[in-house]
Ligand binder design. Structure first.
Ligand SMILES: Nc1nc2c(ncn2[C@@H]2O[C@H](COP(=O)(O)OP(=O)(O)O)[C@@H](O)[C@H]2O)c(=O)[nH]1
Ligand SMILES: [Mg+2]
Length: 305
């Protein structure tokens, strides 16, 4: 199946709810304050958040003022809405920048338990391997023995080097060894897995900061990418999660997973608008083909087709 088909199928739950409700609000009516109020309810109910929804309504109001004659045509108004969503999402388009100076690109992957860190790492590693790049995986989630085993299976499957220590070991040391290995053996990319849960949130954030410090000391520069994996099924909570992680480790990108498992896919809009952190990948399923770079236009087309 082609990516656009996968994306459409993945976003189906969000699409069905959003498209149906928007269509029923717009049908046979002109764009006035009463309609905007109903639309507000729909958008907030679809996890777009209050701020983003109000911004969308403002922009619609402006379009209606400028192009009054058109404001009675539901198709035209839907077209405006699509364009506005694309305008909000486009600045958030990001992509993984691999280094071109012969140094390994180091990617630290963060996120709460179950958000999809390890499988996203596996998917990214698989794509990189298909492009002929060498990959080192660091089993930095030492909190659970099963997490190390899970990454080990993926490393074998995609043909990546795994660097691991014992369960309970210091994750900073694992990450250090992985980067050290990559530097000594001319490896292209290092992906560092981390724990998403420790005894307390404070411990977790301190541990993540320490991993960053230790790795950067060995590298002699900043870690290239600090990616946060967000599970779309948590809806608005994703924003609070992102803020907490961003304070501990300044993020360079987001991965939004499990868009296929939820009708809350609208949350991508407030994530793009409020966080101002590039969305590098979105995930719409469990296979490697289900994780791709985020593109605003195709996302909106799939969402409101
Ligand atoms: N449906 C769906 N499941 C996903 C997606 N991404 C990850 N998962 C599943 O979410 C579960 C937790 O993923 P995992 O990578 O172990 O999370 P971690 O705890 O953050 O490392 C696994 O069963 C994954 O297969 C996605 O985009 N769609
Ligand atoms: Mg994991």
């Amino acid at each position: 199946m082609k990516w656009l088909e996968r994306l459409k199928q993945g976003l189906k739950k969000t699409h069905d709810r959003l498209k149906e409700q928007i269509t029923s609000v717009l049908q046979g009516r002109k764009l006035d304050e009463e309609l905007l109020e109903e639309l507000e309810e729909v958008l907030i109910g679809a996890d777009l958040g209050v701020d983003t929804t109000l911004e969308i309504l403002d922009r619609l109001r402006e379009r209606a003022r400028n192009e009054r004659a058109q404001a009675e045509d539901a198709e035209v108004v839907l077209g405006w809405l699509k364009e506005i969503l694309i305008e909000i999402l486009e600045p958030a388009e990001g992509s993984l920048a691999l280094r071109a100076d012969g140094q390994p690109t180091v990617i630290l992957v963060l996120g709460v338990n179950g958000s999809g860190k390890t499988t996203s790492i596996a998917k990214i590693a698989q794509r990189l391997r298909e492009q002929g790049r060498s990959v080192v995986l660091a089993a930095g989630d030492t909190f659970r023995a099963a997490a190390i085993e899970q990454l080990e299976i993926w490393a074998e499957r995609v043909g990546a080097k795994l660097i691991k220590h014992r369960p309970g070991a210091d994750p900073g040391a694992v990450a250090y060894d992985a980067v050290d290995h990559a530097l000594k053996h001319d490896q292209d990319v290092v992906l560092i897995d981390t724990a998403g849960r420790l005894h307390t949130k404070y411990n977790l954030m301190e541990e993540l900061k320490k991993i960053k410090r230790v790795v950067e000391k060995r590298l002699g520069r900043e870690i290239d990418e600090r990616l946060l994996v967000l599970d779309a099924t948590v809806g608005q909570n994703a924003l609070a999660q992102a803020k907490t992680f961003h304070e501990a480790v300044p993020l360079t990108g987001l991965v939004i997973t499990k868009l296929d498992g939820t009708a809350k896919g609208g949350v991508v809009l407030p994530i793009a608008k409020e966080l101002q952190i590039p969305i590098q990948f979105i995930g719409v399923g469990e296979t490697a083909e289900d994780l791709r770079e985020f593109k605003a236009r195709e996302f909106v087309e799939a969402l409101l087709e």
